[in-house]
Design a protein around this ligand. Structure first.
Ligand SMILES: Nc1ncnc2c1ncn2[C@@H]1O[C@H](COP(=O)(O)OP(=O)(O)OP(=O)(O)O)[C@@H](O)[C@H]1O
Ligand SMILES: [Mg+2]
Length: 225
């Protein structure tokens, strides 16, 4: 089966000249449909960079990225945008909601932005799925961190993604709330069947996945299942 996202000998460098930083240094991996993969490593090891690369958001310095079987280099900006909009969703660290939009509007905006014909059309139904129908009219600033993270999940589901990329989804939550958010991601993953890639520094979070890749200084230094 075609990988939902893959990279081969991927190198990503930021900056120029003296300032140049090699964030990824020859990473190869495939994300298979429906699998749950964790990227674990210390701060600065390259997790966020790899998540962005798997979502087609950064240009490789060397090596290849393939989105849904399409080499990134063969896709123009419009084609990349279309694949991202129809099949790849993010949950960013700290949720990253639009602050002047209510919970409902944040989810509705994502639904409008996707080109996926299978995407759900009812923001309230998605908020209900994450247990937040009663917060639909609230602004992100009026929600708790866990509630914001759940709205971010509802928003991601609004795209009906084949691939969900989660960057430290529980990084700013207390451990009980964190576990509830992770349980919710698991339940939604089983229901919708998307592939899940989670970046985390936390061993317990990583252990909930089918496969764990250990990153160190931009390289994969270990894999466990
Ligand atoms: N926009 C950027 N410009 C320059 N260097 C960057 C940029 N983004 C990341 N880096 C560098 O690339 C390396 C990898 O960063 P990345 O954000 O991928 O790490 P991370 O594993 O996600 O860390 P954290 O756990 O702190 O989120 C680090 O050395 C970082 O300083
Ligand atoms: Mg990061």
């Amino acid at each position: 089966m075609t990988a939902v996202s893959a990279c081969r000998e991927l190198v990503i460098e930021y900056g120029h000249g003296e300032e140049r930083v090699r964030a990824l240094d020859g990473v190869s991996l495939e994300v298979r449909p429906g699998e749950r993969l964790a990227l674990r490593g210390r701060s600065g090891s390259g997790k966020t960079t790899l998540l962005h690369a798997l979502g087609g958001l950064v240009e490789p310095t060397a090596g290849d990225v393939e989105l849904d079987g399409n080499p990134l280099a063969t896709l123009d900006e419009e084609a990349r945008r279309r694949i991202r909009a129809s099949s790849i969703a993010y949950v960013f660290q700290g949720a990253n909601l639009l602050p002047t939009f209510t919970g409902f509007e944040n989810v509705a905006f994502a639904i409008r932005a996707t080109s996926n014909p299978d995407a759900p059309t009812d923001p309230l139904m998605l908020l209900r799925l994450v247990g937040l129908a009663d917060k639909a009219e609230q602004l992100p600033g009026e929600m708790s961190g866990g509630e914001r993270q759940r709205v971010a999940l509802a928003r991601a589901l609004g795209q009906h993604p084949a691939l969900l990329l989660c960057d430290e989804p529980t990084g700013q939550l207390d451990s009980d709330t964190g576990v509830r958010v992770l349980d919710l991601i698991d339940a939604l993953q089983r229901e919708f069947g998307f592939a899940l890639v989670t970046a985390t520094h936390d061993e317990d979070v990583a252990a909930r996945h089918d496969r764990v890749l250990e990153l160190e200084e931009g390289r994969v230094v270990g894999e466990s299942a």
